[in-house]
Design a binder for this molecule. Structure first.
Ligand code: CA
Ligand code: CA
Length: 233
């Protein structure tokens, strides 16, 4: 190893030691037609209930501190299978200053209602309208989805922004470019209307690690510097 590489490697160690604890603060603004519970958790379980609501015309705000940077955000939803259904939100990591809106490709969804038999021993598609899963049921579904690679992209429909198409009106504290999303409609078409069963219950998620931290970005930069020096040497 050259002297220059040793120096850079040393800097890397110092940078690692100087990194603050990887815990982030978040501000969440959201509503769901018809209802939801929001959790933080690991890739295989929901571990902390943040809040829930069953009134789509109201937007809820949650200020959550000390979230592990590697945690996932989970949103479980159910609906009345009537008129329309959707999820609109802005998730802002206030520590990093990054916002993930619904409609962002970082969001994934699992149609838990279509996998009730293997998870709960209950007929697929038979989830009761307006029934929110418990935290234990949510964790069982998360574990099953992760083990079987069943997390997929969310879906919207043209014009379903804030405000936009659909019955919901405006939510001024959520950016206009946020999209109403749901699970993809298996038969194609608009997943947000009419009030058909689109696999409720659903679980939406984003991964905390989907947003690179400044510390991680700096380390990647140092790693690139080492690689460049090695190539030169
Ligand atoms: Ca609400
Ligand atoms: Ca509805």
């Amino acid at each position: 190893m050259s002297n220059a590489s040793r120096i850079v490697s040393g800097l890397l160690v110092v940078a690692s030691a100087a990194l603050p604890a990887l815990a982030d603060n978040w501000t969440i603004r959201m509503t769901v037609d018809n209802q939801y519970d929001a959790y933080t958790g690991t890739s295989t379980a929901a571990t902390t209930l943040v809040g829930g609501d069953n009134n789509w015309p109201t937007m809820e705000t949650y200020n959550v501190t000390g979230v592990n940077a590697t945690d996932f955000w989970y949103v479980t939803t159910s609906s009345d299978r009537s008129v329309a259904q959707g999820f609109l939100a802005s998730f802002t990591n206030t520590t990093l200053g990054n916002t993930i809106l619904t409609g962002n490709a970082a969001w994934e969804v699992f149609r838990a209602g279509d996998h009730l038999l293997p998870i709960f021993g209950q007929a697929n598609g038979s989830w009761t309208a307006n029934l929110q899963p418990t935290m234990a049921q949510t964790s069982a579904a998360i574990a099953y989805a992760t083990a079987n690679s069943l997390w997929t992209a969310t879906a919207s429909s043209p014009g379903y922004t804030n405000p936009g198409a659909g019955p919901w009106g405006a939510f001024p504290l959520i950016p206009n470019s946020a999209q109403w999303v749901w699970a993809p409609n298996v038969s194609g078409g608009n997943p947000l209307q009419p009030g058909a069963n689109h696999g409720e219950f659903l679980i939406f998620r984003i991964e905390g690690q989907a947003i690179p931290t400044p510390g991680a970005a700096a380390l990647l930069g140092l790693g690139g510097l080492i690689a460049a020096r090695r190539r030169r040497n």
